[in-house]
Design a protein around this ligand. Structure first.
Ligand code: GTB
Length: 215
């Protein structure tokens, strides 16, 4: 059954891996599942046909026959549960890998998104000078603890898993703030994720969509 995901017709970052379809593409590449991509415009994302797939009018979505999913955490978990390669077979390591997926979207992503909002959308507000350092410190508070937990390990819990895929995807969004580089072990962790051939294939596929036509 063909898997179809949705992605931005024109990603604001020019397809440099920051939009959330990257993590779905990456998961599918890790498990060797082919997929098609339906590109959607910002206008189409708010229309009934897309809202029926994604109630909040966002990308990505995931279709596989009759099954329609939204929320990247749920989609990556679905892929990881149905195909070998992203979750350990033993119940306890498997549960821990899923725990790291939730930690990525629940404990790290919210303060990182708040920081993006402060830096990109609220930079001109009169109160931003006071607020942004507070937001940065909330990110650092989580990064301090994650860095301590990872230590000098390659991945969060043994072999690479969907937990790492989600965590690296979330941390990538901190790169432009400079905060990721304050944590050399986390910067190296993200670089290890980006170096995976499956990530490279996902990144290049997303970039290709956004490349301006030549000639
Ligand atoms: N919780 C949902 C999930 O994980 O699936 C969040 C989905 C989401 O935020 N989707 C964004 C979206 O559709 C795209 S990824 N936004 C349009 C809208 O809400 O109207 C967020 C994103 C977009 C672009 C960049 N960029 O270009 O740098 C980075 C991140």
């Amino acid at each position: 059954m063909t898997i179809v995901i949705t992605a931005f017709e024109r990603s604001p970052d020019g397809g440099k891996g920051l939009a959330r379809d990257t993590r779905i593409r990456w998961a599918l590449e890790e498990v060797g599942q082919p997929y098609d991509v339906r590109l959607v415009s910002f206008r189409a994302m708010k229309e009934p046909a897309h809202l029926a797939l994604q109630p909040f009018g966002q990308i990505p979505t995931y279709e596989e026959g009759d099954l329609v999913l939204f929320e990247t955490g749920a989609i990556v978990l679905h892929i990881a549960e149905r195909h070998a390669g992203l979750l350990p077979g033993d119940p306890n390591p498997r549960a821990r890998a899923i725990t790291w997926m939730f930690a990525a979207v629940n404990s790290l992503e919210p303060p990182i998104l708040e920081l993006e909002t402060a830096r990109l959308l609220e930079a001109n507000k009169p109160w931003n000078k006071e607020r942004q350092p507070l937001v940065e410190d909330r990110v650092r508070s989580r990064m301090d603890k994650l860095s301590r937990r990872l230590g000098d390990a390659n991945w969060l819990d043994g072999a690479f898993s969907a937990g790492d895929l989600m965590m690296v995807s979330v941390l990538l969004r901190l790169k432009s703030s400079g905060i990721l580089d304050e944590y050399p072990n986390l910067a190296a962790y993200v670089a290890r994720g980006e170096a995976r051939p499956a990530y490279q294939r996902a990144f290049n596929a997303q970039l290709a969509v956004n490349k301006p036509p030549t000639g």
